[in-house]
Design a protein around this ligand. Sequence first.
Ligand SMILES: *[C@@H]1O[C@H](CO)[C@@H](O)[C@H](O)[C@H]1NC(C)=O
Ligand SMILES: *[C@@H]1O[C@H](CO)[C@@H](O)[C@H](O)[C@H]1NC(C)=O
Ligand SMILES: *[C@@H]1O[C@H](CO)[C@@H](O)[C@H](O)[C@H]1NC(C)=O
Ligand SMILES: *[C@@H]1O[C@H](CO)[C@@H](O)[C@H](O)[C@H]1NC(C)=O
Length: 486
Amino acid sequence: MKSLQASLLICISQTWAAPAPQASSSAVDPVFGPPGASGSLRPSPDLVGYDSSNHVSKSPSTEIPPDEFELAPGQSDDADLGLFIDLSKVKNPQPIRGGTTGPTDPGPRTEAYDRLNSDLFIPPGTDSGDVANAKWPFALSHNRHGLAGAGWARNQNQDQLPIATAMAGVDMRLSPNAYRELHWHKSAEWALMLNGSARIAAVNEDGQNFIDDVTEGDVWFFPAGIPHSIQAFENGCEFLLVFSDGAFSEENTFLITELIDRTPETVVAKNFRTSLDTFKNAPDKQLWIFPGTPAPEDIEKQNQTGPAGLIPKENTYSFHWSEQQPYRVPGGSIKILDPETFPIASGFSAALVTVEPGAMREMHWHTTSDEWTYFIQGQARLTVYQAPSSSRTFDFSAGDVGYVPVPNAHYLENTGNETLIFLEVLRASRYADISVNQWLGITPKQVVKDHLKVEDAFLDTLPKVKPFIVPGNKDLLTTNFTGSPL
Ligand SMILES: *[C@@H]1O[C@H](CO)[C@@H](O)[C@H](O)[C@H]1NC(C)=O
Ligand SMILES: *[C@@H]1O[C@H](CO)[C@@H](O)[C@H](O)[C@H]1NC(C)=O
Ligand SMILES: *[C@@H]1O[C@H](CO)[C@@H](O)[C@H](O)[C@H]1NC(C)=O
Ligand SMILES: *[C@@H]1O[C@H](CO)[C@@H](O)[C@H](O)[C@H]1NC(C)=O
């Protein structure tokens, strides 16, 4: 073995021994390069700093002639209007706002990012100061694949979005009949089924069991440490998991296979009072996401209730949220699920919001919790206002995560042509927000007038009831929203 390694080394050094070309003026250490290598790895020291004999040659113009790019509607309007600039279709989009000629971006660049993030590329004139990044597309997360095409999962945590300290998210896919392995974790898990359906099961500390079937729009919650499993039905499923810790990693869950593999075999046999042979076919590495045999349609066939019985209804781990009719208002709808109706999910409150094209989830903030947001359909923008005088606007589309730290103000405006659907998750025992409309609407008129110098006629239009969503014009270039009072 040793002599083989030695002869290999000799062989490699002979092939690669040709001295690499060196910087012309001074000796550099010999460098080994592949055949055909040329040029120098390091420059001549003569190139340092100021030297009157060096003249930078004039580069060609970096200006982009007006006929080589297009402006999107609204780009030349006053920057403080902050109109949404739709860069999706314009030729060679440029970071121009409030003018027609500049500044331009000659590159390097990847246009697709600019088109998807026009409010970062061409911020509204009102954006100011520094605000931590509030956006993470799951599409930029590593997608870990399960066994034999059984599914995948991608994680968003503080590694991707450092401000997201209170919650982390996972987008998980299970192919038809596939399982997410029996497991548990240190964080609590709040989940929304996004597509398809699954059977979920768990056991609590008192030996009570839980089993249920969940479909698109339904929610489940597993408290920290509670062991559970998820199995897709024959049509597969995709779901969203939100964890009670910004550092949660889907790579770091406790798994039944690893528990057996990491325990001395005699201890395992003694624990179950069985022979060493019992587990001889158990997998020698974790299953995580893996193909399964189809679950029987009849849930009773899988109902393994012990003497302690079922987990009582008031503590059940699932909630058939899909069956709730939402609260509808002009411009959209909202439905809220929090521990007032789903008590086991203590500390988790959510709102599922729909916003019609042109409409907006009104300006608001949350009083007790950061907001973790997931975009299910459509596109939106959101400005984070942070005390005392910073703001930044971010654009989102389906599959993105947003995060707004408490108590920063924000809104969510539908910037697309289809209904916007998103989920707001709070680490709060009750879903609550402060509506700016309502705040000013039930503050003494004189006080509002002395601050903002507005007309009495406007004060009369302020709502006393929280609108949640405000309607708007589908044409996003509209600047007059005067209409019937909310
Ligand atoms: C669910 O998946 C099907 C199949 O891809 C797709 O047609 C449908 O639009 C998805 N539903 C949602 C709500 O995304
Ligand atoms: C499971 O079995 C228990 C005890 O027999 C019963 O009360 C319960 O309704 C069954 N069904 C489900 C879905 O748990
Ligand atoms: C919305 O529809 C209009 C008119 O069809 C189109 O010009 C515009 O590009 C669309 N916007 C988006 C974001 O798809
Ligand atoms: C805005 O629209 C309203 C209702 O159509 C109209 O009465 C008002 O004159 C408009 N205001 C401006 C400044 O155009």
